[in-house]
Design a protein around this ligand. Structure first.
Ligand SMILES: [Zn+2]
Length: 533
């Protein structure tokens, strides 16, 4: 997702993050229970914020039948849920509800697949945002990222256990209802309520399941590869919203053509109350209320959230500390989409902005992209996981070449589609297609803090440009290719240099004294430039 708000149009993030590859976040995983599917029956109403729910959860015990836990925030004073029943295959189950966990002991029999029903009710404090839109209409929006589903949906609230999802929403009939999945039923009940059912067969992580219930105007924009692309906006913003979100059609085409098949039954673009600038909910993306202006000001944001449908939603990080596989990818793939539409200068413009943020951030938070010291999933969001992650992909693209880079991206997605991956899995995919050993690359850029701090100058002497260059950072010598441009009357001659020592001197033959020498003219290296006095 993207954190609100807006330096010229878009987004961006800020928070914290550092280091090695077997990092585990602290979520206590079930040893053998694997959720296959959720059916969430929810009743919403106009008079209170109390919801009534019944979750039907299909669990496969993939090794042995063993006790397992589901997350659900328990009632405490005003907010939280009370459980009224827990059933296993329609029979009362053995369970305790403590510390916001429903701990279930399966009955003694051989069945590997069992259905658990959890009946519950209460007022959610978070996760399901019950509020009014900026136009004063009552609204219900799911806003789960990273671990807020547990406030309203009993579930394994961690991206490592994904499952198919159905929402059966009963709400007063004046509401329009959108949710994760394909709409398979809309029926008026005889009591002034309406039942709407959405079903998504692809496995989805709880961080990106959602509902939107309010007064909407909605339009089918186009079908792309049989995927319906729609806009769901507030009626007051109807035409501006359809226009602003229309760009999603081009973005979807670009990513399908370049990465691989889209994983979900639809792509709805939803104006929403969300704590984020955008939240990439699978197939039902939420954008902040003021994203609609009628001036196409959020194209980069839309590209970011749609890129997440491949990276983060379909190929999901298996561990919160590897969230750059989601955010760094969405950041860079939004740049790739914009480069494709507007040209290479757009890539450079975005990378210059991102580099400045990375350097500013590093001075206050010297940490690496994968930082196992972080335990709170909210804190994995940082300039490291977004902008620096994106910059690392830009450098990897240059290292491998465009063709191999895209081939590797497609291979990684094909292998981990509808599944989970760690950084090492991505590294291996890129190594397999390129035949290169990328250990050093990943170690220095992903698992080591910082970047090269390069102090340098150039002089001209007797037909030669002499470049003196030092790496100043003391914690690690980086090894990288560096292009320099020798500039004469606005024309660049680009030379590649290989840097792997603390101090280098290069002598390059030239015809005459150049007007200027520039490091990395095409924006392929993340570094901080310092000139000798
Ligand atoms: Zn994102």
């Amino acid at each position: 997702m993207t954190k609100i708000i807006l330096y010229h149009f878009i987004l961006v993030v800020c928070l914290l993050s550092t280091y090695h590859s077997n990092a585990q976040d602290t979520y206590l995983r079930n040893s053998s229970a694997d959720v296959q599917g959720y059916i969430f029956n929810l009743s919403l109403n106009d008079s209170t914020n109390r919801i009534e729910g019944e979750a039907e959860i299909l669990i496969n015990f993939n090794t042995e039948v063993n006790k397992f836990s589901l997350d659900l925030i328990a009632k405490s004073e005003t907010f939280g849920m009370d459980i009224t029943a827990v059933l296993e295959d329609s029979v009362k189950a053995d369970y305790v509800y403590e510390n916001n966990k429903i701990k279930i002991k399966p009955s003694a029999n051989e069945k590997k697949n069992r259905i658990y029903n959890i009946k519950y009710e209460g007022i959610p404090e978070r996760g399901l945002v019950i509020d009014t839109t900026k136009f004063g209409q009552r609204s219900f929006f799911g806003d789960n990222w990273p671990n807020l589903a547990r406030h309203w949906l009993p579930s394994v609230d961690h991206p490592s256990d994904k499952a198919s999802i159905e929402f059966h929403i009963t709400a007063p009939e004046h509401y329009d209802v959108v949710a994760t999945g394909e709409k398979i039923e809309e029926s008026n009940l005889d009591n002034g309520f309406k039942l709407t059912i959405y079903k998504e067969p692809a496995p989805v992580a709880m961080k990106v399941v959602t509902i939107g219930v309010t007064k909407f105007a909605s339009r089918l924009l186009e079908e792309v590869d049989n995927i319906p692309v729609s806009a769901w906006v507030y009626p007051e913003n109807r035409l501006d919203g359809f226009s602003d979100y229309g760009v999603s059609v081009n973005v979807l085409k670009y990513f399908i053509d370049n990465i691989g098949p889209y994983s979900y039954t639809k792509l709805a673009n939803m104006q929403a109350k969300t704590q984020w600038g955008g939240l990439e909910n699978a197939g039902t993306i939420a954008y902040f209320e003021n994203s609609v202006t009628g001036k196409n000001e959020v194209e980069g944001l839309i590209a970011h959230e749609i890129a997440h449908q491949w990276f983060g939603n379909s190929a999901s990080e298996n561990d919160w500390n590897h969230v750059w596989l989601s955010e760094g990818f969405a950041t860079y793939f939004a740049i790739l989409y914009q480069e494709n539409v507007y040209g290479d200068d757009k890539r450079k413009e975005e990378l210059i902005l991102d580099r400045k943020q990375i350097i500013d951030y590093y001075k206050k938070n010297p940490s690496s992209i994968v930082d196992p010291t972080i335990k709170d999933p909210m804190k994995v969001l940082s300039t490291n996981t977004y902008q620096k992650g994106g910059w690392v992909l830009n450098m990897l693209r240059r290292k491998l070449g465009d063709e191999t880079f895209w081939k590797g991206i497609r291979a990684y997605y094909a292998k981990y589609r509808n599944s989970n991956a760690m950084t090492i899995d991505f590294q291996k995919s890129m190594e397999e297609v390129s035949g290169e050993n990328l250990d050093e690359f990943f170690q220095q850029w992903i698992f080591t803090k910082g970047y090269p701090e390069i102090k340098w100058n150039w002089t001209y002497k007797k037909g030669k440009v002499i470049i003196k260059l030092d790496q100043l950072q003391s914690h690690r010598l980086f090894s990288f290719p560096l292009e320099i441009a020798i500039r004469n009357q606005g024309k660049d001659t680009v030379k590649p240099l290989q840097i792997d020592k603390a101090s280098h001197t290069f002598k390059i033959k030239v015809d005459s004294r150049p007007d200027e020498v520039v490091l990395d003219p095409q924006l392929w290296l993340l570094f901080e430039e310092k000139k000798f006095e």
